[in-house]
Write a protein that binds this ligand. Structure first.
Ligand code: GAL
Length: 432
C-alpha cells in the first residue's frame, strides 16, 4: 500500500524538483566496492559474502571508499514461486537475502544484487525481463542498495539503441518507483552504444565484454578492438578494454559512468607493474572501482595498489574524466585536467611494449588546447613512488618499465595570470 502510494507520488515529486535522468542521487563519484564474480563465479553462498564483507572492513578498505558488496549471478532457484517472485536458493542462503543485507548494513556497507534484462541470467537462472516491477519491489524489500543488470537471454531485444534503451529503462523506472535509492549498474557490454542513452537512466554502463586477467592479447572470444562492437564477448584483456574506452570519457558525468568492468588487481597472472597500469587508467577514466579478487586473501602488494590515495583521488576527486592524448606503437599518453582551475594536470604514460624504456613527453601533447599553459614550469610528483621530479619546463622525461605506467601530478608553478581561465577544459562533462 505504502509502496503504491510512493509510486503515485514519485512522478509529481520528480516534476516539482525539475529533476531528470536517473534521479537517485547516487554515484556522484564512481561507485567502489567488491563483487563475487571474478573469483567465485557461481560458487557463492552466505558465508563467502559475509566473509568478504568482514575482510573489506578488517582491511579498512571502506575508509578508502570501497563501499558496496555485490552478489553476482547464481543466487536464486531455477524457478519463480507461484506468485511470480524470484526465490533465493535456501541451500546457499539459509537465512535469506534480507538477513544477508542486514548483516552487510550492520557493517556500514552497501549490498548489491544481480539480475539480467533477459529471460534468464547468464548462468541460466530466471532473469527480470517482463518482471521488472516485481523484482525491483522484492529487491527493495530485501534492502538492496545496488543492482547490476546483465544482458544475457534478452530474446532479441537489442540491435538498436532504442530497443536496448526501452528494455533497460523499464528496470530504471521500476527501481525509482520503489522509493529506495538503488544504484543502477547496467551491464550490456557496450551493445548499442549505451554511453549515448544510458546516462539518463543508469548510474553506470559496461562499455566492453568481460575482462580477463591478461595484460594484452588478441582473443577471438573478444573480437572487437573498437568501441562499436557487434560481439562484445569475454576474455577481453586489459589493453583491449583500455583501447576501447579511450574516446568514451566525454560521455561520463556525475551520476553516470563508463564501467570498464571489475578490477583484476590481486588476481594472478598480472604482475605488479601491469596491475598498477590497470588501476591507474581505470581511475583516470572514472570507471567504477569494483574489486574482483579473493578479498579474504589480500596481499600487501594488492593493498598498496588499491589504497594509493593519489590514484584514488583521480577517480573520486576534483579532476575531469581522463582521456588519451596519443597512442603510439608501444606507448600511450593519458591526461586528466584539474577541475578547480589551479592549472594542475595529471598525466599517465603507458609503456605497453615488452622493453623498459625512456619517454619524452612534449608539453604540446599535454596542453593541447590552452597554449599559454605550455609556457610555464610545473612541479611533477610521481603518484606511485611519491617522489618529486622537480620543476620541469617544455617536456617531461620519464623512465617506464615494460607493461607499466608513469603517473604524475603536474603542479602549476607559473604566473597566476597564465592559469586556465576558460571553462572549456578538456575532459568529460562531469561537473557536479
Ligand atoms: C556476464 C557479466 C559478468 C558476470 C556474468 C555472470 O554477462 O558481464 O560480469 O556478471 O555475466 O553470469
Amino acid at each position: 500500500m505504502l509502496r503504491r502510494g510512493l509510486r503515485a507520488l514519485l512522478p509529481l515529486a520528480i516534476l516539482l524538483q525539475g529533476a531528470e535522468a536517473v534521479d537517485n542521487g547516487l554515484a556522484l563519484t564512481p561507485q567502489m566496492g567488491w563483487n563475487t564474480w571474478n573469483t567465485f563465479g557461481c560458487n557463492i553462498d552466505e558465508s563467502i559474502i559475509i566473509g568478504a564483507a568482514k575482510a573489506l572492513k578488517d582491511l579498512r578498505l571502506d575508509e578508502y571508499g570501497y563501499h558496496y558488496v555485490v552478489m553476482d549471478d547464481c543466487w536464486s532457484l531455477h524457478k519463480r514461486n507461484g506468485t511470480g517472485y524470484l526465490q533465493y536458493d535456501p541451500r546457499k542462503f539459509p537465512n535469506g537475502i534480507k538477513h544477508l543485507a542486514d548483516e552487510i548494513h550492520a557493517m556500514g556497507l552497501g549490498f548489491g544484487m544481480y539480475s539480467s534484462a533477459g529471460k534468464l541470467t547468464c548462468g541460466r537462472y530466471p532473469g527480470s525481463l517482463h518482471f521488472e516491477e516485481k523484482d525491483a519491489d522484492l529487491f527493495a524489500e530485501w534492502g538492496v542498495d545496488y543492482l547490476k543488470y546483465d544482458n544475457c537471454h534478452n530474446e532479441g531485444q537489442s540491435g538498436t539503441p532504442l530497443i536496448s534503451f526501452e528494455r533497460y529503462e523499464r528496470m530504471s523506472r521500476a527501481l525509482n518507483a520503489t522509493g529506495r535509492p538503488i544504484l543502477y549498474s547496467m551491464c550490456n557490454w557496450g551493445e548499442d552504444s549505451p554511453w549515448d542513452w544510458a546516462p539518463s537512466i543508469a548510474n553506470s554502463w559496461r562499455m566492453s565484454g568481460d575482462i580477463v586477467n591478461v595484460f594484452d592479447r588478441y582473443d577471438d572470444r573478444c573480437p572487437c578492438e573498437d568501441y562499436i562492437c557487434r560481439l562484445p564477448g569475454h576474455h577481453c584483456s586489459i589493453m583491449n578494454i583500455i583501447n576501447k574506452a579511450a574516446p568514451l570519457g566525454q560521455k561520463a558525468h556525475a551520476g553516470g559512468w563508463n564501467d570498464l568492468d571489475m578490477l583484476e588487481v590481486g588476481n594472478d597472472n598480472l604482475d605488479y607493474e601491469e596491475q598498477k597500469l590497470h588501476f591507474t587508467i581505470w581511475a583516470m577514466v572514472k570507471s567504477p572501482l569494483i574489486m574482483g579478487h579473493d578479498i579474504m586473501q589480500t596481499s600487501e602488494e594488492t593493498m598498496r595498489i588499491l589504497t594509493n590515495t593519489d590514484i584514488l583521488d583521480l577517480n573520486q576527486g576534483r579532476w575531469h574524466t581522463g582521456f588519451r592524448s596519443y597512442k603510439k606503437e608501444k606507448s600511450q599518453l593519458w591526461l586528466q585536467d584539474s577541475k578547480d582551475q589551479t592549472g594542475n594536470m595529471a598525466v599517465a604514460l603507458i609503456n605497453n611494449g615488452d622493453e623498459d624504456g625512456e619517454f619524452t613527453i612534449d608539453f604540446k601533447d599535454i596542453f593541447l588546447d590552452e597554449w599559454n599553459r605550455r609556457k610555464v614550469g610545473y612541479e611533477v610528483t610521481d603518484l606511485w613512488t611519491k617522489e618529486s621530479l622537480g620543476i620541469v619546463e617544455d617536456k617531461l622525461v620519464v623512465k617506464v618499465k615494460r607493461h607499466s605506467v608513469f603517473a604524475g601530478k603536474m603542479e602549476f608553478k607559473g604566473d597566476p595570470e597564465m592559469k586556465p581561465h576558460s571553462k572549456k577544459l578538456h575532459g568529460g562533462t562531469d561537473e557536479l
